[in-house]
Design a binder for this molecule. Structure first.
Ligand code: AMP
Length: 184
């Protein structure tokens, strides 16, 4: 499978998140999947990509020209590094290349990516699995807020079930593997 991973670009995060990114990258390689991600070298992005490589797996990075031009941002060791003209094109490719989406802890960029693929799924544009990896309860408050939106009628009942939440990165892979049909 091609697994698109969204996650933090920020440096110097608490170690528990770095461990989770390493575990996910290692599991992606061991399970024989390909990582598709934003092509960054920093934060959890760099950690997950390096862990995939360490495990002998394949890494596809998709990065906009403007970000790549900045020193130290891109992970040059990607097996395939696709440089796009715009951020919109980059997000489109990260979407179309994916069999499923995995969301590790992250900031505004990660949340934006999560909500975009979730919105598209709720509206019926795709039915690819979306899994939040909630390391140490990272996404607990977000899920509580989404529960409130559902209770108060801002979100249709059931829409929330269109993503899964797991604590452990390997569990995320097992869940996705059970949902995605192997190509015939
Ligand atoms: P954030 O969660 O705000 O750190 O943003 C990370 C997400 O946004 C990643 O999944 C990337 O797709 C994108 N992104 C943000 N900053 C960068 C960067 N420096 N290099 C590559 N991608 C980035």
């Amino acid at each position: 499978m091609h697994l698109t991973v969204y996650c933090a670009s920020s440096r110097d995060l608490p170690l528990r998140y770095t461990f989770a990114a390493t575990r996910l990258g290692d599991a992606i390689a061991r399970h024989g999947h390909t990582l598709v991600y934003g092509g960054g070298a920093t934060g959890l992005m760099g950690t997950v990509a390096r862990a995939v490589h360490q495990g002998g797996g394949r890494v596809v990075g998709i990065i906009p020209e403007a970000l790549k031009a900045r020193e130290g941002v891109a992970y040059d060791a990607c097996d395939e590094l696709i440089v796009t003209d715009t951020m919109a094109e980059r997000k489109r490719l990260m979407f179309t290349r994916a069999d499923a989406f995995l969301v590790l802890p992250g900031g505004i960029g990660t949340l934006e990516e999560f909500f975009e693929v979730l919105t598209l799924r709720v509206l019926g544009y795709h039915d690819k699995p979306i899994v939040l990896v909630s390391t140490d309860g990272f996404y607990r408050d977000l899920v509580a807020f989404l529960d409130r939106l559902e209770r108060e009628g801002f979100v249709r009942a059931g829409d929330q079930t269109r993503f899964l939440i797991v604590e452990d990165p390997e569990e995320a892979l097992v869940a996705v593997e059970a949902l995605v049909e192997p190509p015939s």
